[in-house]
Design a binder for this molecule. Structure first.
Ligand code: HEM
Length: 493
């Protein structure tokens, strides 16, 4: 057996850290040209084997957890932020139980209540935040401007805390909480992934913020237990669960799961919302179609709108394909990694075997899948780098056909246009990952993003008067680079 080809680099240990860190997708594209779909690069002393394309995704995401471990890859980054005894700090079987507990808090009954709460938060924000000053004034001809990610970050935390995190968290969402969140977030960066512990101020702040945040949640959980109130939200759901062993979740585990959910949902949703608004501001035809979908379904004769129900929200093909297409071009997570626990042969269909036989990825390496690459693969997608939500509603489109042939092969049925697309580990579309580590926040993210976009665009028109921003890969979650301003004007009633 032989090793996968190694990417040429000049500085030992440092390896390709610079090229990968600045532009991972450009780096993967160059490597693919030279070495094919499977290659290893050196990242500050780590050996990372990349497996590209749907087959590569399948290899990494469909791999057995005995061989490919997420906890060994992520734990040193996540445990100081989330806390002990949850997610990657426990064996995978236990985390799988915790994921089931969280799903109880993501029930349809809870979702039904969330739509109105999110509308309410966005409305209130637009009426009170300084960025929407023009909106608050009467003159409908004036244009205002805001930094789209600054605004989306605030709206995301307000709406997620009001819904998922519970009313106590929303009420406690003052300056102190925001500072704690920022300090914690400052410990969730690529630097922390590469160096778990450095004698830096940001690491110290991360640890202090974790302790305080954890105490903040534990306090809320204790009061809930004492009052016995079932608030139909995540905290109540977690309090009511038991492990298979019969053990209920102690306060600190519930607190740490809540921190994990806050971190998992915050930047992913605010990045997606930002990109969606940027594209809608640029593509006026789609913006108008989105607005008209709202008018047709929820418009009152006097120009105002009524609330959406959760069931109605799920039946809006234009809204759905806008979010879906945004996640295709801008998946917030560009690299999904696992630590290799035992030698793993690369299937011959994925990496051409050399004269010495199939490649083997040795224990101690990392493997990396990048669904971002297959999501813009010209062999799968027509005009792959164009943001075109209509591709999702055209049953004759290339994407539809690609998914259909995948579905036929795997005996799955796929509901096209909107609703389900393939969730298989070798699907070319995986913004939420696939396999045992797949995201459980997808439905919530669609609900949150759809409601936020609709509530905003019912009230303002938006325009882009700058080029579409580039991707910033220096943060864990891919964000739009500054400047990222959107112009807006109040809609006439
Ligand atoms: C896992 C993306 C929102 C909770 C994942 C993974 C991806 C992802 C790619 C797989 C990671 C891996 O395999 O290593 C996204 C995107 C989101 C989003 C694009 C929004 C647009 C959320 C929200 C929540 C959440 C709102 C919580 C309510 C989780 C959890 C996992 C996960 C618990 C499981 C991790 C594991 O099993 O290892 N997400 N996510 N996500 N996500 Fe999300």
């Amino acid at each position: 057996p032989s090793l996968p080809p190694e990417v040429f680099h000049i500085i030992p240990i440092f390896g390709s850290a610079m090229s990968y860190g600045n532009d991972p997708l450009g780096f993967f594209a160059q490597c693919k040209e030279k070495y094919g779909n499977v290659f290893t690069f050196v990242l500050l002393g780590r050996k990372v084997t990349v497996a590209l394309g749907p087959k590569g995704n399948n290899f990494v995401l469909g791999g057995k957890s005995m061989a490919f471990s997420a906890e060994d890859a992520y734990k040193h980054l996540t445990t100081p932020v989330f806390g002990k005894d949850v997610v990657y700090d426990v064996p995978n079987e236990l985390f799988m139980e915790q994921k089931k507990f969280v799903k109880v808090g993501l029930s349809v009954e809870n979702f039904r209540a969330y739509v109105g709460m999110i509308e309410d938060e966005v409305d209130h924000f637009m009426k009170t935040d300084a960025a929407f000053l023009i909106f608050q004034m009467n003159d409908i001809n004036d244009w205002g401007r805001f930094d789209v990610t600054d605004i989306m970050a605030q709206i995301t935390i307000l709406t997620a805390s009001r819904t998922l995190q519970g009313s106590e968290v929303r009420q406690g969402l003052d300056k102190t909480f925001s500072e704690l969140f920022n300090d914690l977030d400052g410990g969730f960066t690529p630097l922390n992934f590469l160096f778990p512990n450095l004698p830096l101020e940001s690491y110290r702040k991360r640890d202090v913020a974790h302790r305080k945040m954890s105490e903040f949640y534990v306090d809320i959980i204790r009061k809930r237990r004492e009052s016995g109130i079932d608030a139909q939200d995540m905290i109540s759901a977690l309090i009511s669960q038991k492990y298979r062993s019969g053990r209920p979740l102690p306060d600190h585990e519930i607190a740490h799961i809540l921190i994990a959910l806050l971190m998992a949902g915050q930047h992913t949703s605010s990045a997606t919302g930002s990109w969606a608004l940027l594209h809608l501001a640029e593509n006026l035809k789609v913006q108008e179609a989105f607005y008209q979908e709202q008018v047709k379904n929820f418009g009152n004769p006097d120009g105002t709108f009524r609330s959406m129900t959760y069931e109605e929200l799920r039946e809006l093909p234009i809204m759905d394909s806008i979010v879906r297409e945004t996640l295709r071009l801008h998946p917030p997570i560009h690299s999904i990694m696992r630590y290799v626990r035992s030698d793993v042969p690369v299937p011959p269909t994925l990496g051409a075997p050399s004269k010495d036989g199939a490649y083997v990825i040795p224990r101690g390496y990392y493997v990396l899948a990048s669904p971002s690459v297959s999501q813009v693969d010209p062999e799968v997608w027509h005009n792959p780098t164009t943001w075109d939500p209509t591709r999702w509603s055209d049953p004759e489109g290339v994407a539809a056909k690609a998914f259909k042939s995948y579905a036929d092969e795997n005996g799955e049925t796929i509901d096209f246009g909107f609703g389900a697309v393939s969730k298989g580990t070798d699907s070319p579309y995986q913004p939420f990952g696939a396999g045992r580590h797949r995201c459980i926040g997808e439905q919530f993210a669609y609900l949150q993003l759809g409601t936020v976009l609709a509530t905003m665009l019912r009230q303002v028109e938006i325009r882009l008067d700058q080029p579409m921003p580039e991707h910033n890969y220096h943060t864990m979650i891919t964000m739009p680079k500054k400047p990222r301003n959107i112009c807006y004007r109040r809609r006439a009633l």
